[in-house]
Design a binder for this molecule. Structure first.
Ligand code: ZN
Length: 198
């Protein structure tokens, strides 16, 4: 069987770098795109570039935003006495959709995972400390996943951020998964039943 033309191979290779897209899916998408309406492909390319250029990371909390600071950090009605620490920007959306939390956020960027080479300095912990130094809070609520790494990260943060009170969402979040898969009722219960880490 003759090889596919180079532009299709190049497109397949590029698409294959996307998360969750294996080689077969990448090839299927590439073949779909090169047979699509040129206007559709051009619009898709423009939307891609525009989204990437317009979205940045909030310099305070780490959320994805068009304006810096983000809408939450610059909203005076938010409760600035509490910061909810999450692993990923998408976790903020989960809380906001549920409407059960009215404080501020801080995106950690993951969790401590020595096996995967993720050390505390790879996360946005120093940024959190400088936030606390500038404007102290009454409580830090950790909303990390309920697996071994989430547990270890919570304990580490509670020790490092002392004497600031550090609590953690009550159990009830699905083990081993992030907040992305949590429904609103579960999230509300987890928030109301939060406990001090240490
Ligand atoms: Zn922000």
């Amino acid at each position: 069987m003759p090889a596919l033309p180079d532009p299709i191979l190049a497109l397949t290779a590029a698409l294959g770098k996307l998360p969750g897209i294996g080689p077969r899916s990448a090839e299927r998408l590439a073949l779909f795109l090169v047979q699509s309406n040129v206007t559709f492909v051009r619009d898709l390319a423009q939307v891609l570039v525009a989204a990437r250029e317009r979205i940045k990371t909030c310099s305070i909390c780490g959320a994805l935003t068009e304006q810096d600071p983000c809408a939450i950090c610059s909203d005076p009605r938010r409760d600035s006495s509490v910061i909810c620490v999450v692993e990923h920007p998408v976790d903020i959306l989960t809380f906001e959709k549920a409407g059960v939390y009215h404080g501020l956020y801080h995106v950690l960027g993951g969790k401590i995972s020595p096996l995967n080479g993720i050390e505390p300095e790879d996360l946005r912990i120093a940024e959190l400390e400088s936030r606390l130094a500038k404007s102290p809070v009454q409580e830090i609520v950790l909303a990390l996943s309920t697996d071994v790494e989430g547990d270890a990260t919570s304990y580490y943060l509670a020790k490092r951020l002392a004497p600031t009170k550090v609590s953690r969402l009550a159990s009830g979040l699905p083990a081993g998964s992030g907040l992305e898969f949590t429904d609103e009722v579960t999230l509300n219960h987890a928030l109301e039943g939060r406990r001090n880490v240490i």
